[in-house]
Design a binder for this molecule. Structure first.
Ligand SMILES: Nc1ncnc2c1ncn2[C@@H]1O[C@H](COP(=O)(O)OP(=O)(O)OP(=O)(O)O)[C@@H](O)[C@H]1O
Ligand SMILES: [Mg+2]
Length: 350
């Protein structure tokens, strides 16, 4: 186990900067999830930590060692990719032990390590099978097993579950989390999946355009997003955002007067963005008036899309509703649940 420290890290391909002076501290044993839109630099960052990509500027430290110039094999990391090609002509046990064999480890010691990892991953009954005789989830576990047997200081995962079906993903998500609780190996995990990020992470890093927008515990990011980018990126369905202006201490937006939560400093006449999460919208006599466009029952809750002055807002109801498309509806944000952002900078007003 080890901490990972990243200082002023940059990466350019030709003249194009794709990582722009990034700083990040990952503590020993932490499970850190990187999220951000496609192309924001998540894989590049991971590959630089792994040593698969050269650093243009700055430093990467794993434990006490500056690893910038170390080859991947000397960094004591193990990486699991989305496309974890297993050797088709080797058994599960041979696939898992291959890296150790290449290192020259003695056969009995390899067997012991493989058996221990197989037990942790529930792969014991499959050790003598070939990959073609395994399900997708079992193959994914073998790929994880290959990483585990190496006892690395750091695990790096790049969207390891994105080839699995929805149900298997949920199951593997829990398994990876349990594995981490048991092994406590420092982990950096890239995903596109909101729920994966929220449920697995000790700490989420939200990236955009080669920079970090915010770092924090999942619920910290959810409850106090630093800016409109993080606010709209974390949470599904996304936070509703309405442009408005401060008048008489309230936000005038969408034809309604919306209260500013206590403690938020705003200036008279200031242009702001009023943000409200879908679960904090309630039908009310007074508020934002609109027309129901779509009703989406998910079973446990109902998502109602409401068109308000030409904009779609989403409200989520836990209880069953009788609302239908075309209905007139007035929505009010729950008191104190709003987020207020400065329109010009996008920054949260606190
Ligand atoms: N070898 C390369 N040469 C030139 N540009 C590259 C190279 N690899 C990546 N890039 C560019 O660097 C940027 C970051 O890519 P990266 O793969 O890190 O994004 P990502 O956040 O992992 O995206 P995704 O979510 O789609 O996997 C992208 O604009 C990409 O086009
Ligand atoms: Mg990627």
């Amino acid at each position: 186990m080890a901490e990972v420290t990243i200082r002023d890290l940059s990466k350019a391909y030709g003249g194009v900067q794709v990582i722009k002076g990034l700083n990040l501290d990952i503590t020993d044993g932490e499970f850190v999830v990187l999220v951000g839109p496609s192309g924001c630099g998540k894989s590049t960052l991971l590959r630089m930590i792994a040593g698969l990509e050269a650093v243009t500027g700055g430093d990467i430290n794993i434990g006490a060692r500056r690893v910038n110039n170390l080859p991947p094999s000397e960094r004591d990391i193990a990486m699991v990719f989305q496309n974890y090609a297993l050797y088709p002509h080797k058994t599960v046990a041979a696939n898992m032990g291959f890296a150790l064999k290449m290192r020259g480890m003695e056969a009995g010691a390899i067997r012991a390590k493989v058996e221990r990892a197989a037990e942790v991953l529930g792969l014991t009954p499959y050790l003598d099978r070939f990959p073609r005789a395994l399900s997708g989830g079992q193959r994914q576990r073998v790929a994880m097993g290959r990483a585990i047997v190496r006892d690395p200081q750091v695990f790096l995962f790049d969207e390891p579950l994105s080839n699995l079906d929805a149900k298997l993903r949920v199951q593997m998500r829990t398994e990876i989390r349990e594995l981490h609780l048991r092994l406590k190996t420092t982990t950096v995990y890239v995903t596109h999946d909101q729920i994966e990020a929220m449920t697995m992470a000790d700490k989420i890093v939200v990236m955009q355009g080669g920079r970090i927008e915010q770092v924090g515990a999942p619920l910290e990011l959810y409850d106090r997003p630093a800016n409109t980018f993080v606010a709209s990126f974390i949470g599904s369905p996304a936070m509703n955002m309405i442009e408005g202006r401060i008048e008489g201490g309230a936000v005038l937006a969408g034809g309604a007067r919306l209260a500013v939560p206590a403690g938020v400093q705003v200036a008279e006449g200031q242009e702001v963005i009023f943000g409200i999460r879908p679960e904090f919208f309630r039908p009310a006599a007074d508020g934002l008036a609109g027309t129901v466009a779509v009703v989406e029952p998910t079973g446990s809750e109902t998502h109602v899309v409401v068109r308000i002055q030409g904009r779609d807002m989403v409200a989520v109801f836990r209880e069953r509703v009788t609302i239908r498309p075309g209905d007139a509806i007035t929505l009010a944000p729950e008191a104190g649940a709003a987020h207020i952002f400065d329109k010009a900078s996008g920054a949260r007003l606190g």
